[in-house]
Design a protein. Sequence first.
Length: 337
Amino acid sequence: MTDAQFTGPAWNLPEDDGLIFAATLDGRGGAELGDWSTVENWRVNDAPVWLHLDRTSPRVQQWLRDDSGLTPITVEALLAEETRPRMFYGKRGTVAILRGVNTNPGANPEDMLSLRIWSDGQRIITLRHHRLQTPRDILTRYLEDQTGPESIPSLFERLITRLTERMAGVIHGFDDLLDEVESVLTTTEPLAARKRIRETRQDILILRRYMAPQRDAVAMLHAEPPKWLDETDRLRLRETANRLMQYVEELDAARERASVLDDSIGNQMAEKMNKNMYVLSIIAAIFLPLGFVTGLLGINVGGIPWAENTNGFLLTAICIGAIVGFEIVLFKFLKWI
């Protein structure tokens, strides 16, 4: 994905002291952008609002702790440095801490980025550290097409679903990569192929580390949805939970396949080494008697056969050739060669 693909008003918003954007929903699929005054002046009876914030901003942290109306436990969960995917119900809303693949230009997709979501059905707050494409995808629908989610519950569901949809390309990419390695296995240097497979296995393990708890979190959200989530959104969350379960199963299958390929390459290398050692052993077995004969004839004592015979070397060579021929016949009889 290149920078040129990220165009339009949703992709070029200037960040305002930790406020990435504040969008007031019109209930018809559109939204109007606001600023910090939208954040600070919002009240329960106002139009639904979506606040997308940078969690590392001091102003954002101060607002969350002092003026957002969220409980301290919820705020600390949203601002935590390291988090695994999970969800829980607070006194004033539902928290979903999820991960999405890193589709930023030049980044590794396996470096999954955190998206923290809080909502009470009337307002939704999302926080991130590194840039995520999912919120921008949905904001684009609001600003350009006016086809965004019409309510906060639908937006809550759509954020989770879109975050999951973006994983598909990365998950399926592992199968394509393993197919490619397997197809050129006979023509590729084994060590290079084995290194590539092991790197792929490592990427799969990193991705699965977050995918498994994310599957459980979304499944729990579907099993025990907040009261403000309607039936349609619950059904969509069920499909998202099923999709995540399928992704984890595909990762497990890819990991097993990578292990099988790694073992196959190891067996091929061991077989090749054993074959070379076998050839060397046969050669050594052939030359061992010859070495004994030549060593025996080379000792400096009297009585060496043909020592004074001008044809001694020729006779010795004929004897050595006969020994080699006898050994080859014997090895074939024994099925050693």
